[in-house]
Design a protein around this ligand. Structure first.
Ligand code: ADP
Ligand code: TRP
Length: 328
């Protein structure tokens, strides 16, 4: 059975972008693949969270994964820092990763520009740690959003390079996976760009009804269409992208027709959008609360996941050490 691995950094709550970009694929894959999911707490250290933040965030993301429908009996969930073998593979991959190529990674360049006083080495070698997570499992497929494509290319490059250096077909090149073939980019509601925690425009799965309504009603729009069947400018296209994800086809077609024949009222569109986002989030929100109240269960899930991940990681590390020339 093909293997699947993916992770999310615990730097806040899950939002609709995380859900439609990554978590929805995780949930669909658990039935058909040999899947594991993890919480990338080592990756989150690039932003220097406090110890309390780290402890709290891991449990938050775990409860949110479960609430979204990941079943730990089908797909074990673990916390990255519980699987120390990953660090050893990270070290080996670092030895074959070059400064020039790491500096060219767009997300590194963006961070170097936006946070010039914290351009740490962990940020530079982020793709090596991510590749270690993936190659450790010899994963075939990795469900991630569009913004992770370059990190995925680096993981494939490091796999090929390791094989070439040691003249062995050992690591597989992992593929990115998207639930509806094409990667979705969930937009924000502030007119341009993607939805993200650091963009400050996220609709969180745990947001209550009033918060969602308030955020949606504030979404940026324009003065309305001025021609029949005109192309939608970005802020409006973004509202329709989200509508398409959470609403029925009839609702989407209704507002799309209204836009095309210039009768649309953005207030009605937003009201409907808020309602449909709420209908989508409400059951997940309720489950998040249930899981969060049950910390013993969360700890059990993480412990069982760590054990399974460590078993697999131990095999890989033993083989890799042999290939590199260490006496095991
Ligand atoms: P954020 O951008 O909010 O910090 P992360 O970088 O932690 O989110 O992303 C976790 C996962 O969710 C990744 O697989 C990423 O590709 C996906 N993701 C995040 N935001 C979006 C979005 N707006 N659209 C699609 N996928 C997204
Ligand atoms: N870089 C990913 C993100 O920011 C998180 C991540 C870390 C990951 N290691 C991974 C995703 C391995 C998939 C596989 O969202």
């Amino acid at each position: 059975m093909e293997r699947v691995i993916s992770g999310i950094r615990p730097t806040g709550n899950l939002h609709l972008g995380n859900y439609f970009g990554a978590v929805k694929s995780f949930v669909q894959m658990q039935d058909e693949y040999d899947s594991m999911f993890f919480i990338a707490d080592w990756h989150s250290l690039t932003t220097h969270p406090t110890p309390e933040d780290i402890r709290r965030s891991a449990r938050v993301i775990l409860s949110e994964y479960l609430a979204c429908g990941i079943d730990p009996n089908k797909a074990p969930i673990y916390i990255q820092s519980d699987v120390k073998e990953v660090l050893e593979l990270y070290l080996y991959l670092n030895m074959n990763a070059y400064l020039g190529e790491l500096e060219r990674v767009t997300s590194f360049k963006d961070k170097a520009r936006t946070q010039p006083d914290n351009v740490n080495a962990g940020l530079l070698t982020y793709p090596c740690l991510m590749a270690a997570d993936i190659l450790m499992h010899k994963a075939d497929k990795v469900p991630v959003g569009k913004d992770q494509e370059q990190n995925m290319e680096m993981a494939r490059l490091f796999a090929r390079r390791f094989n070439r250096i040691y003249n062995i077909e050992y690591f597989k090149e992992p593929e990115s996976y998207h639930f509806n073939k094409n990667a979705v980019k969930v937009p924000g509601l502030n007119g341009t760009g993607k939805m993200g925690k650091s963009e400050g425009n996220a609709l969180y799965l745990c947001d209550d009804e009033a918060t969602i309504r308030k955020k949606v009603m504030r979404a940026v729009t324009d003065a309305g269409p001025t021609q029949l069947n005109q192309e939608k400018p970005e802020p409006i296209a973004n509202l329709f992208t989200i509508l398409d994800l959470v609403s029925s086809k009839e609702t989407y077609d209704f507002f799309n027709d209204a836009y095309n024949n210039m009768t649309i009222r953005y207030g009605d569109l937003k009201k409907q959008l808020a309602e449909d986002i709420n209908a989508f989030c409400a059951p997940i929100r309720d489950k998040i609360k249930e899981y969060q109240a049950n910390t013993n269960y969360l700890d059990e899930v993480a412990a069982a996941g760590a054990e399974k991940a460590r078993q697999r990681a131990a095999v890989t590390i033993k083989e890799v050490r042999e290939i590199i020339g260490f006496l095991n």
